[in-house]
Design a binder for this molecule. Structure first.
Ligand code: FES
Length: 155
């Protein structure tokens, strides 16, 4: 169930967009920012607020990897780009380093719910490959040493 805070944030988005339906992605982000993922009920409520069919919200969630649809993630969601530029410059090694360091595989979450590891398609930062996104932050020009430093620096 959406909190009053999120509902208020979504209502605030209606002032920024020409139509309510245009606020769909921003509304979904607002929900995810608060609870970390999107449940079936959350998406139904978002659709109701936007006045659209819940299937439309579901489609957006299924298409974009930035939405964690019905998949709770850890406090830090690590998304390693494994598309062409990043792959050519060592994305697979970066994934292996993270898997070893955290003791999990891609698609898994650490038992303490601190980290979730995912691989994703291009995040639009090909010029600084290999790269990963942790929550809202990009980490670029990655090396094994840099990855370990970043992971160890997360509280
Ligand atoms: S290929 Fe990795 S950011 Fe584009």
């Amino acid at each position: 169930m959406l909190s009053e805070k999120v509902k208020e944030e979504i209502r605030g988005l209606f002032k920024k967009y020409r139509t309510k339906r245009s606020a769909c992605m921003a509304a979904m982000q607002a929900v995810q920012r608060e609870v970390g993922h999107l449940t079936e009920e959350d998406m139904r409520e978002v659709a109701e607020m936007l006045g659209i069919n819940p299937v439309r919200v579901h489609e957006v969630g299924a298409f974009y990897t930035m939405y964690n649809v019905q998949r709770p993630v850890g406090r830090y969601h690590i998304q390693v780009c494994t598309n062409l530029s990043c792959s050519l410059l060592g994305a697979e090694h970066i994934v292996n380093v993270i898997e070893r360091r955290l003791g999990i595989k891609v698609g898994q979450t650490t038992p303490d719910n601190k980290f979730t590891l995912s691989t994703v398609q291009c995040l639009g930062s090909c010029g600084t490959a290999p790269m990963m996104q942790i929550n809202d932050d990009y980490h670029e020009d990655l090396t094994e040493e840099r990855v370990v430093e970043i992971l160890d620096g997360l509280e």
